[in-house]
Design a binder for this molecule. Structure first.
Ligand code: DOR
Ligand code: ZN
Ligand code: ZN
Length: 408
């Protein structure tokens, strides 16, 4: 297949044709093909989602979460292991990826969970899994919740594999009331990030303070930011009511604004898609659904001239691929998989929970403007056309460890 139109290639928008099968074969200004309205970008890699399933099917399943991702232009999601039961053994890992192979609409990879309990055997557990599957990281490792891990354990395990950390220091987190920003201060994050950086190199999940972004940027570690910490703040507390809680919590408006101004210091933009039902939110549960709105909200910021397209796409595609060693993923390059998303900036929509595909059934961005993809391709196959899904559950594959060694 050959598409022709505006293409973001190596940071520049060019008018060109892209010829592809499963992978991109040729990119050339001389190549003619199907005319595309809008701009052709790499589909996103969302390195941080919680697709729930198992005993929490009422919140989300791999099927519903990956369908939501597909509608948002995400071609590959990295799922987190704090499921019920958690992914802390080869058995639970294999059970989950088997389900993903049957149910996922998009490409899927799974992080391994770390607890104090499994930390002594983590090498053995990981190597058993890696014989078959590509494990992006041990993550998101919690310093502060029921799957809590101590700093010394984190320091020991960092030699085993890449670790992604939820950095909030337990000594400074006092509660999970509504709103939780009153009892989870910015210092909890700043201190945890500082302590981790002193002990090694980590990928920091969903950083919520300008200070953390800046200190990570001057270290060898990498940082991830979410749309909710860029676009929402404590000023949304009234509007969000019992939906306000997320960890780390929303910060003051000045923090969000400074985060957005400094977005080029962050390495990755990810959703931390963490669905809970409206009933559960009333009990103070933390987390926002967001995999479907990740790329569309960022594209709307591009449309308004708030951020550059190159800055966004690097953080949704090239840098996630480089940091997590995802061979064949990243920018629109010959040899990479043809996983593409087309956006037309003249098609601005208002986000409505009723039109999204997560089982959560709500969104913190109700009424926000967004630009959703008009077409999505995964590995050369068109999977979405004007909101119509063209593939079945199970289309997406689970990344295997051979991907890493052979580049295949
Ligand atoms: O708000 C959050 N929700 N933060 C986390 O770190 C976990 C997540 C969840 O799994 O619900
Ligand atoms: Zn987290
Ligand atoms: Zn998370």
């Amino acid at each position: 297949m050959i598409l022709r139109g505006k293409v973001l290639h190596r940071g520049e928008i060019i008018e060109a044709g892209i010829e592809f099968e499963e992978r991109i074969l040729r990119i050339s200004k001389e190549l003619n093909g199907k005319a595309i309205r809008g701009i052709i970008l790499p589909a996103a890699i969302d390195v941080h989602v919680h697709f729930r399933d198992f005993k929490e099917k009422h919140k989300e399943t791999i099927e519903s979460g990956s369908l939501s991702a597909l509608h948002g232009g995400v071609c590959l999601a990295i799922d987190q292991p704090n499921t019920s039961p958690p992914i802390t053994t080869p058995e639970t890992y294999f059970e989950r990826v088997k389900r993903a192979e049957k149910k996922s609409y998009i490409e899927y990879a799974l992080n391994l969970g770390l607890t104090e309990e499994n930390s002594a055997r983590i090498c053995e557990i990981l190597s058993k899994i890696q014989k078959r599957y590509f494990v992006p990281a041990i993550g998101e490792t919690f310093l502060c919740n029921s799957m809590r891990v101590s700093y010394p354990t984190l320091e020991r395990v960092k030699k085993v594999h890449r670790i992604t950390v939820h950095a909030e220091d337990p000594e400074l987190v006092r509660c999970n009331d509504i709103p939780n920003f009153r009892c989870r201060p910015p210092e909890a994050e700043v201190r945890a990030v500082k302590k981790c950086i002193e002990t090694g190199v980590f990928h920091f999940c969903h950083v919520s303070t300008p200070e953390s972004i800046k200190s990570i940027a001057t270290s060898s570690s990498t940082s991830e930011v979410t749309p909710h910490h860029l676009l929402l703040s404590t000023e949304d507390a009234e509007r969000l009511g019992s939906f306000v809680n997320v960890n780390p919590p929303l910060r003051e408006k000045s923090f969000a604004n400074t985060m957005l101004e400094n977005i080029s210091l962050a390495d990755v933009i990810a959703s931390d898609h963490a669905p809970h039902t409206p009933e559960e939110k009333k009990d103070g549960k933390s987390g926002f659904p967001g995999v479907e709105t990740l790329y569309p909200l960022m594209m709307n910021l591009v449309r308004k001239g708030v951020v550059e397209i190159k800055t966004v796409v690097e953080r949704l595609s090239e840098k996630p691929a480089a940091i997590f060693d995802l061979k064949g993923y990243g920018g629109i390059e010959v040899g990479n998989y043809a996983s593409l998303a087309v956006f037309d900036f003249s098609r601005v929509e208002k986000i409505k929970a009723a039109e999204l595909h997560s089982k959560a059934g709500w969104t913190p961005y109700e009424g926000f403007e967004a630009v959703f993809p008009t077409s999505v391709f995964i590995r050369g196959v068109q999977v979405l056309s004007n909101k119509e899904v063209l593939v079945e559950p199970g289309f997406g594959r689970v990344l295997r460890s051979v991907d890493k060694s052979s580049g295949d």
